[in-house]
Design a binder for this molecule. Structure first.
Ligand code: GSH
Length: 256
């Protein structure tokens, strides 16, 4: 019998959530193997992946990027073309690329900027779903990893400001698309563009039904709550929260 797919993740990662959502939506069975940051890179490299997760092991292939994975899944789903309908494929792909490039990094940087100093908020989120040995090790090296994250992801005041401008532009663009009353970003069907937008916006929207099983910070620090509230209230934010309520559905993944 064919083995189910194996998905290597950082549980809370929004790019991992994008892939989990696609797997769940298309009805694939999979096992999720979660690691804290850094350990995730090691786990990925040992399997032939790159530095980042998600990585999907299909049995005969190692897929290293969320967009590549969504295309792969869509082609193999019961009804191909669900995530990338042929007639609007280009529009869906362009939106997905823009969200991957602008929304994902900006949402991540802004949230980390506000929580990384708070061990009590950061550690439970980064360690969720990971093994006991990795948890012990990660706690020990956390101060060093945090510095690496600060440098690598440019988590500083200027970075946070730039992220706010990026988020405003992306949310305004998505709100504009939805202005004519369409149900989804490209019309009347849920596509890869919608899944990408909602997943990558999740860190600043804090939806209830996040696929990581984590309520992204039940009480965010006040300054973060103030900064992200306008995104939750915007038409694009309300749209993504509706997708989480109505379309996210149940998680099919098993835990490794
Ligand atoms: N372009 C990649 C981006 C994935 C990504 O940025 N993953 C982050 C987690 S959100 C990661 O693995 N970071 C760990 C590292 O860079 O060491 C994709 O779409 O899959």
């Amino acid at each position: 019998m064919a083995q189910p797919f194996r998905l290597i993740t950082i549980k809370v990662s929004h790019y991992c959530e994008k892939v989990r959502w696609a797997l769940d939506r298309l009805g694939f069975d999979y096992v999720e193997e979660a690691h804290p940051p850094l350990f995730s890179a090691l786990a990925s490299k040992l399997r032939g992946g790159g530095r980042t997760v998600p990585v999907l092991l299909t049995g005969d292939r190692v897929l290293k990027d969320s967009t590549e994975i969504l295309h792969y899944l869509d082609e193999r789903a019961g009804s191909p073309g669900t995530l990338y309908p042929a007639d609007i494929r280009k529009q869906v792909e362009d939106l997905e690329e823009q969200f991957d490039k602008d929304l994902g990094p900006a949402a991540r940087r802004l949230v980390y900027y506000h929580i990384l100093d708070r061990k009590d908020l950061t550690l439970p989120v980064l360690l969720s779903g990971t093994g006991a040995a990795e948890q012990r090790l990660f706690r020990m090296v956390f101060p060093q990893v945090r510095e690496l994250m600060r440098k690598g992801l440019k988590i500083n005041a200027e970075g946070a400001e730039r992220s706010i401008r990026k988020l405003e532009a992306v949310f305004a663009g998505a709100s504009e698309l939805l202005k004519d009353g369409r149900r989804y970003l490209t019309g009347d069907r849920l596509t890869a563009a919608d899944i990408t937008f909602a997943s990558l916006a999740a860190p600043v929207l804090r939806p209830d039904n996040h696929g990581s099983g984590i309520r992204l910070m039940s009480t965010p620090p006040e300054d973060l709550a103030r900064v992200i509230e306008p995104y939750r209230q915007s038409p694009a934010g309300q749209f993504a929260l509706r997708l989480y309520r109505e379309e996210r559905g149940a998680m099919r993944g098993k835990i490794a």
